[in-house]
Write a protein that binds this ligand. Structure first.
Ligand code: COA
Length: 276
């Protein structure tokens, strides 16, 4: 774990998984300007490391993240004026955007409270697993603002219009089970099994071709905004671009199936260790 360099975030790298944590448990991991800057630095420092194949984002203590820090992110930056407010917003949005398009696949491991601004990094992660007793809320309406910082967009991207509207207008909490039912997360599991389940999924991803993983995660996000025709064209170009980075992996995948008959792509990944 490296907490020396940063005061509000921490991480451990183990078996090719980077376990990254919001680490302000005493403030329920609320995102203040320091955390936003430090998280950007941390993500940047590990993105292209060969010993990192998957990134997991979780929270220290009982929260995932209690959203934006009402005191330091809102009140204190607003008191400093327009420039400080815009700078604070930029620092937050920048690391979420960076995470949306991260080189490695990312998993949100939601261990506890997840509020408001927390929906930005939640959506930025490619997959999300929650403890059944984790609590999610668009609490903005409870303190008199709209769900900004992308939170409304996240709700409408992931939830049905009726659920998004109910969630945003009432500010009511939902638990991990309901979040899975609403498709805000992939799955909810008993708290004691959360880490093991996330590790299991991460290990599945680690078996795959990393160039294909990056191309695929970007494609899933990109094509959502495209017409069918544009998506077809984009996917051809994206695969051709991926080939220029890793043509051998793809050829090896075909060879192990067609020539060696050593695996079936419908049932699992080819053996990357035999790659030429
Ligand atoms: N902004 C600033 N400070 C926050 C915070 C936030 N979003 N969330 C928690 N904190 C601080 C509290 O002020 C408290 O600080 P203190 O110890 O100096 O008094 C500390 O974190 C612990 O919070 P507390 O409320 O005592 O913990 P709890 O476990 O009883 O309740 C929550 C947890 C998350 C339900 C509650 O803290 C809360 O409602 N937070 C705000 C959530 C929110 O609306 N976020 C949306 C922002 S867009």
């Amino acid at each position: 774990m490296s907490k020396s360099q940063w005061s509000t975030v921490s991480h451990t790298i183990e078996d090719h998984i980077a376990w990254v944590r919001f680490d302000r448990p005493e403030k329920r991991n609320a995102m203040n300007p320091t955390l936003n800057r430090e998280m950007a630095e941390l993500l940047d420092s590990i993105e292209f490391r060969d010993d990192v194949g998957v990134l997991v984002l979780s929270g220290a203590g009982e929260a995932w993240s209690a959203g934006m820090d009402l005191k330091e992110y809102f009140r204190e930056t607003e008191a400093k004026g327009f420039g400080a407010t815009r700078r604070a917003q930029r620092d937050a949005y920048t690391w979420w955007r960076r995470l949306r398009w991260y080189q490695k696949p990312t998993i949100a491991m939601v261990n506890g409270w997840c509020f408001g601004g927390g929906y930005g990094p939640l959506f930025a992660c490619d997959l999300a697993f929650a403890a059944e007793d984790a609590k999610f809320g668009l609490s903005e309406i409870n303190w008199g603002i709209l769900p900004g910082g992308g939170a409304t967009k996240v709700a409408t991207e992931l939830l049905s219009m009726r659920d998004a509207m109910y969630h945003a207008l009432t500010g009511e909490l939902i638990d991990g089970r309901k979040a899975a039912e609403w498709r805000l997360v992939n799955e909810a599991v008993p708290p004691a099994q959360l880490e093991a389940r996330v590790r299991e999924v991460a290990n599945v991803l680690l078996q795959k071709n990393p160039v294909a993983l990056k191309a695929t995660k970007d494609a899933v996000r990109r094509v959502r905004e495209m017409t069918y025709e544009n998506a077809e064209d984009y996917l051809i170009r994206a695969q051709e671009a991926a080939n220029s980075f890793d043509n051998n992996g793809r050829k090896e995948g075909i060879k192990q199936f067609i020539d060696d008959k050593s695996y079936k792509p419908g049932l699992g990944a080819y053996d990357k260790s035999k790659r030429r």
